[in-house]
Design a protein around this ligand. Structure first.
Ligand code: 4AD
Ligand code: MG
Length: 436
């Protein structure tokens, strides 16, 4: 391409600002169709897709022939004039003047026809280029933006938690064990214990990072590696925790609606379902949740844990997330604070997403009594030595505190309306999947 250096390089998303100008675009060929005198190239560059019209009379015979032989996903440089689409207002296209093939692509494995899930997962590195996956990536980014904006604007300090840890935070059955210079260590299940230390330093702390669970079962909601955001606040109780979770989820839903409507539309998400994510969220006790299940004909009794099926029934009663609090202590982790009104219960809560997307938040108030916490570590048969540092937080100025963890992937599934978490993270790690 001879005179490419004299023209401004722009992205598809910026075309509207360059109507009437000759610009340079770079990207990949998504699709094309041809007639005798015209080739319509769909160029994709990550910021959007533009139709580039190659008219036989506007280019050299070599360029016209080159355009006619292009294959899907070839990388291209295109010089052309920006104009508004003749039929669609606000859509811009390119009248091509020159074209250069940067690198060809032979037999791109993912064609516009339908492919099976395993095939697509094996080609995840290429599948990410599709319109749908692109939309999911952008919504995921917007959710993470909302997470950071929310805590950063409320006086929280970001405190990073370690990935290697000697502690089992969420039970010993889902630990990934690894060798740490001859000493056993685990990939972290949660940054919570470290955030409790951080809350005593900065008052309001949050961490955001990858967490790991060696989940042995194949479900639509479980990943072996997922991203979790975990706030922890000093002198906050369970009520404050539920309020924080409610404000937080409302902020996420409204930020995504403000910034990613086109992507939600591309995903055919029913946007009205997200528009109803407004305060107040219903708050019910575990006992009330059991009543709902029974009224719906489920054989549920006090002490039962909720799986996907139960969560779907409970959430179907509400048009927004529902907070279920005060589960039996026997169902929950060692660190949960005992309910002073009923020692069988924990001051904990789960937030269930609407429409059956399941538990997206788990958290609660932490046990701040040294003796009780020692008892619980014992009761859960956890190695006390590994938790001595954690017990120190109760030895030196113990304080009431609470927090929660939000799973990013389950949130992406809910906001995007995806039935399975495998598409919510760029490169999922699941029971039988470590590649690509
Ligand atoms: O309920 P969980 O296990 O809670 C904790 O880890 C607490 N220590 C958090 C805290 O209080 N700081 O996990 C929290 C959330 C779940 O509600 C869910 O959204 C997500 O993390 N999650 C998973 N997401 C995908 N795959 C898995 N295997 C997940 N396990 C939990
Ligand atoms: Mg949980």
């Amino acid at each position: 391409m001879s005179d490419s250096t004299t023209h401004e390089s722009v992205s598809v998303g910026e075309l509207g600002q360059h109507v009437g100008q000759v610009v340079l675009l770079r990207g990949w060929l998504k699709n094309m169709r041809s007639s005798k005198k015209l080739h319509f190239l769909e160029l994709r560059d990550g910021s959007g897709v533009a139709q580039c019209v190659v008219f036989k009379g506007d280019v050299t015979p070599e360029v016209f022939a080159l355009a006619g032989g292009l294959t899907q996903e070839s990388s291209l440089k295109i010089l052309g004039e920006v104009r508004e689409h003749p039929k669609q207002k606000g859509v811009y296209e390119i009248g091509v003047k020159d074209l250069e093939l940067l690198a060809g692509a032979t037999d791109f494995p993912i064609s516009p026809k339908a492919h099976g899930t395993d095939f697509l997962m094996d080609h995840r590195h290429l599948w990410l280029r599709s319109t749908r996956q692109h939309a999911i990536l952008r919504v995921r980014h917007a959710i993470i933006q909302a997470v950071r904006n929310f805590f950063d604007s409320r006086g929280f300090t970001l405190v990073d938690a370690p990935i290697f840890t000697p502690n089992a935070c969420e039970g010993t059955s889902t630990l990934f064990e690894t060798d740490y210079h001859g000493q056993p260590a685990y990939l972290t299940q949660s940054g919570q214990l470290y955030m409790e230390a951080a809350a005593a330093a900065v008052g309001k702390a949050y961490c955001f990072g990858p967490t790991f669970r060696a989940e042995k079962s194949k479900t639509r909601r479980h990943l072996a590696e997922f991203w979790m955001v975990e706030p922890e606040v000093a002198f906050m109780d369970l009520d404050g925790d539920m309020q924080l979770a409610e404000d937080f989820l409302c902020a996420i839903a409204s930020h995504v609606l403000e910034t990613r409507k086109p992507e939600l539309e591309a995903l055919e998400r029913d946007i009205s379902k997200l528009e109803s994510i407004k305060p107040p969220f219903p708050r019910i006790t575990y006992a009330e949740a059991i009543d709902i299940l029974r009224a719906e004909g489920h054989d549920a009794k006090m002490g039962d844990d909720f799986g996907a099926e139960e969560e779907t029934v409970i959430s179907s009663k509400f048009d927004r997330p529902v907070i279920v609090h005060r589960y039996p202590a026997a169902l929950k982790a060692f660190y949960m604070k005992q309910d002073p009104a009923n020692p069988e219960l924990s001051l904990c809560m789960d937030v269930l997403a609407p429409e059956g997307y399941g538990e997206i938040i788990g958290g609660g108030q932490r046990e701040d009594d040294l003796g009780r916490l020692e008892h619980m570590i014992d009761h859960h048969q956890l190695p006390k030595e590994a938790f001595e540092w954690y017990l120190d937080l109760r030895r030196y100025g113990s304080f009431p505190h609470a927090g929660f963890g939000l799973g990013i992937e389950r949130s992406v599934a809910w906001i995007c309306g995806l039935p399975h978490v495998r598409e919510t993270i760029p490169f999922p790690r699941m029971l039988h999947r470590l590649a690509p």
